[in-house]
Design a protein around this ligand. Structure first.
Ligand SMILES: [Zn+2]
Length: 372
């Protein structure tokens, strides 16, 4: 295993952060897998899972069992890791710019297409190799002005030529679920089964270029760009893996999640040895546009009546919001039949707050589909 250290752009004299990546196996040997943890720096289940992955990968490496290339970034956001205010960790948005750390990843689709076109032909595997090479070149050549942009460029440079990208996040309180682009839905199904995911939320270009979509969208956008002229497969499965809730940072869960990821990687050919069969599904895939936010119209004390992972019916009361001054009780109801897969971990809400999410079967929303 090789450890690489990537210096980020220095935001001020005397200040320099670095990103560390661990490299197993050989480039060009078998599939390339990229895994990063805690892009939202205060979402820690992935960081613990990465520690278990590292221990198990070290042992597999020593035994000569790495048959692909595996890049592990055990802590993807050194900027967010340092953002503390009055004893509280604020890891979702950069405090300097207000930007979400998981939005606005670079789009070099046109530039890479232009550079690759003279070499494209009838062989899909050759087309994939040429496009990956030109994409990586374009990503790394992009000028950056800020530390955050340099972090995004570094992460994209490490991941943009991978066959499989796993971005380990978590929700506030949730069951294990995935986000994936619709053109990669079939590729995602075995991963969802190995991970025991309860629901995969599918969208095509949900808006604002989150990290996972920046890695996968190049392929279906190149398919559209080149049309019938050159065969371009969906050569990257990129998935946001939501490892339950923020407090679910426990060895037993993380060790199992790491083992499940490695079982998938063995099935995918990145690890040597006989793969386990694909397990039965513990959930299904649904449109992200059918994931309905439950909003509170008033402020007050929030108490839930239902747990993450429960199937709920349209009109069913999921939570109460209580005004302590007037004693008024407001019921928050599910707008659809579906899976209550995530809920907030705060217990006082302000008017308009989104406090839970129910995944229904039908696409009902449009526009930008991700929350802040
Ligand atoms: Zn996150």
């Amino acid at each position: 295993m090789q450890i690489q250290t990537h210096s980020l752009l220095s935001p001020a004299p005397g200040t320099q952060r670095e990103l560390v990546s661990l490299h197993y196996g050989q480039p060009g040997q078998g599939p390339k897998v990229y895994i990063q943890a805690s892009l939202h720096a205060d979402e820690l289940p992935g960081m613990l899972t990465a520690w278990h992955l590292r221990r198990q990968l070290d042992a597999l490496d020593a035994a000569g069992q790495i048959s692909g290339e595996i890049v592990l970034v055990p802590m993807a956001n050194p900027i967010g890791l340092a953002q503390w205010l009055l004893q509280g960790h604020l890891g979702r948005f950069e405090l300097l710019s207000g930007e979400n750390f998981n939005r606005h990843y670079p789009d070099q689709i046109e530039a890479a297409a232009r550079a690759a076109e003279p070499e494209l032909g009838a062989d899909p595997a050759r087309n994939v190799a040429v496009l990956r090479r030109e994409l990586k070149k374009a990503v790394l050549a992009q000028p950056v002005d800020t530390e955050l942009q340099s972090l995004r460029r570094t992460l994209m440079g490490l991941s943009c030529d991978a066959d499989v990208v796993l971005d380990l996040h978590c929700d506030a309180q949730a069951v294990l679920h995935l986000y994936c682009e619709t053109p990669a839905a079939d590729l995602c199904d075995p991963l969802a089964r190995f991970l025991g995911s309860r629901v995969t939320l599918l969208a095509t270009d949900s808006g604002d270029n989150p990290f996972d979509e920046a890695c996968s969208q190049v392929w279906w956008k190149w398919q559209r760009h080149f049309g019938d002229r050159f065969p371009i497969p969906q050569a990257c499965l990129s998935v946001t893996v939501e490892l339950r809730g923020q407090q679910d940072v426990e060895h037993a869960l993380a060790e199992q999640d790491a083992a499940n990821i490695l079982d998938y990687l063995r099935w995918r050919g990145a690890l040597a040895g006989e793969a386990k069969p694909v397990p039965p599904a513990q959930g299904d895939a649904r449109p992200l546009a059918g994931s309905m936010p439950i909003k509170s119209p008033v402020g007050g004390v929030l108490t839930f009546l239902r747990q993450p992972g429960e199937e709920v019916r349209e009109g069913e009361v999921l939570a109460h919001v209580i005004d302590p001054v007037t004693a008024r009780l407001t019921e928050l109801k599910s707008p659809v039949d579906g899976l209550l897969f995530a809920r907030d971990n705060l217990r006082f809400v302000t008017a308009g707050a989104r406090v839970a999410k129910v995944a229904g079967l039908n696409a009902l929303r449009s526009g930008k589909l991700l929350g802040a």
